[in-house]
Design a protein around this ligand. Structure first.
Ligand code: NAP
Length: 481
């Protein structure tokens, strides 16, 4: 049976045309779907459709927009299991992880649906008599949304939902490695009756479509999540046109483990942060920075726990870790393992591509632990984006903080401790946008602002109330009565 063809969605209609394959990274013989390969002209047409739909959508009252978003959430909820399974098949994360992500997308849509009844402006007393003054929110305009493959549903959802509730219209460009999960959201928007042109979707090559999107005249804002290189290029292009822009990019996230930590929980949190979702979360732990007095014991426990992780097809029960998303990503991981071998010696576990027992059909890499890693090594500084953990030794808390902060990135960080004073020193001193204590470095909820600092991010934060700031503008009104 040949795979289903998924068209682009422009001005309320599905398009046809030459397609590219969306392949299961756990079994490359399986084509999950065929996606119409969008061209720059499609992006231009989508941006024009979004522009034409803008006045109608922006003038619909916000609770009514919210009711439509709630309908989108309900449609996804009805297809919850099937959509989650598709995500595992297109991205590789385990079925429980995929279900967690789809649930999150549904919750994000419901959260921003409810925001339709708030969307608070500002009201302040005037210094002048009989003057009433206030500021109301208005949409920014057509928004270009460019998303990565690692959270193929949640990231599109957390850009699309706040953009729409604020009255903007959008053109979404999903990652080529996992375009189906966001296609399902767009399909649900169509089924929910969101007017034509409000939501547009164009899949295809990032370079060509990205350029068309950032230069399309109607586009007024760009929200991007992905790699630093692409983010920097987009920023340059967007700046020329003075577009509003938001960039969420790479990380090299530390977990600091102090001697006073709950030892077993610290091991669990480190392993979870480093390896779940195959280390392909932007907030994954890639450096464990461990206090000297427990270093040896901690390394031993992490290695022992890591060896128990089961790698395989994420649709099978009991699997902890799925494949890398594609061959390119797997090769990057394996190249870094070789760099690690030269820098830090043989890994204490892992370090190989897995091919036994049918795994040769996918892009599987053993979870890998390097110990004795020092700050100047590339595996301590560069984002790998795979199941590779570098363990570093710190003399004490201060030294651990120094090592943690000596990175150009600042996305997330975790501290394992039972010392309240250290906890607050860390909270105020760590250079990261997302900070956890006694939890893995990864694991984000939608109700609070999300985003990094330093080279990891640029522009206003995403999610929670912060999202509304990016996707709306103020109009300030003075009335003499
Ligand atoms: P990527 O290669 O930068 O791709 C991200 C998106 O940009 C994709 O849709 C891609 O399309 C598109 N793209 C590629 N070249 C482009 C260009 N010249 N102009 C405009 N768009 C372009 O990143 P990725 O490999 O998908 O994702 C992994 C990276 O994302 C990691 O660095 C990770 O840390 C980061 N990430 C960050 C966060 C965060 O919140 N900070 C969250 C998740 C991921 P194609 O797929 O067609 O190439």
């Amino acid at each position: 049976m040949s795979a289903q063809l998924f068209g682009n969605y422009i001005d309320g209609a599905w398009t046809e045309g030459p397609a590219f394959d969306n392949v299961n990274p756990a079994n490359t013989g399986e084509v999950v779907g065929r996606f119409v390969k969008g061209a720059p002209e499609d992006v231009t047409r989508a941006a024009s459709a979004a522009q034409a739909a803008l006045p109608g959508w922006a003038s619909m009252n916000a609770p009514a927009r919210g009711a439509l978003l709630a309908k989108v959430a309900d449609i996804l909820d009805r297809k919850f299991e099937a959509i989650s399974a598709e995500m595992t098949r297109e991205e590789g994360k385990t079925f429980p992880e995929a279900k967690g992500e789809v649930r999150r997308s549904i919750n994000i849509l419901r959260y921003f649906a409810a925001e339709g009844a708030r969307l608070a402006g500002v009201l302040a007393p005037s210094e002048r008599d009989r003057v009433h003054m206030f500021a109301i929110r208005k949409p920014v305009g057509v928004c270009g949304l460019i998303t990565p493959w690692n959270f193929p549903s949640a990231i599109p959802a957390w850009k699309l939902a706040p953009a729409l509730i604020c009255g903007n219209t959008v053109v979404l460009k999903p990652a080529s490695a996992a375009p189906l999960s966001s296609w399902r959201i767009v399909e649900a928007c169509h089924e929910a009756g969101i007017p034509k042109g409000v939501v547009n979707y164009v899949a295809g090559s990032g370079g060509a479509l990205g350029e068309a999107l950032v230069t399309a005249a109607p586009v007024k804002a760009v929200s991007f999540t992905g790699s630093c290189g692409v983010g920097a290029w987009l920023h340059e292009q967007a700046s020329k046109r003075r577009l509003r822009i938001q960039l969420e990019m790479g990380g090299k996230n530390p977990t600091i483990v102090l001697a006073d930590a709950d030892f077993q929980a610290a091991v669990e949190n480190t392993v979870n942060g480093a390896f779940f979702s195959t280390g392909q979360k932007c907030t994954a732990t890639s450096r464990a920075i461990v206090e000297e007095s427990i270093y040896d014991r901690f390394v031993e426990a992490v290695v022992e726990r890591t060896k128990k992780l089961k790698v395989g097809d994420g649709m099978q029960a009991g699997i902890d870790i799925g494949p890398c998303v594609d061959e390119g990503q797997m090769n990057t991981v394996l190249e870094y393992v070789e760099i690690g071998r030269k820098e830090a010696g043989e890994p204490l576990c892992g370090g190989r591509r897995l091919t036994e027992g049918g795994l040769d059909k996918g892009w599987f890499v053993e979870p890998t632990v390097f110990a004795g890693v020092t700050q100047e090594m590339r595996i301590a500084r560069e984002e790998i984006f795979g199941p590779v953990l570098a363990i570093m030794k710190a003399r004490d808390f201060r030294h651990a903080m120094e090592l943690a902060n000596s990175s150009e990135f600042g996305l997330s960080a975790s501290l394992q401790t039972t010392n309240l004073s250290r906890m607050f020193e860390y909270v105020y001193g760590i250079e990261a946008g997302l900070v956890t204590v006694n939890l893995p470095s990864a694991g984000v909820e939608y109700q609070l602002p999300f985003g990094g600092t330093k080279d990891s991010s640029f522009g206003p934060k995403e999610q929670g109330p912060a999202a509304v700031e990016f996707y709306s503008d103020f109009k300030t009104v003075y009335v003499k009565y």
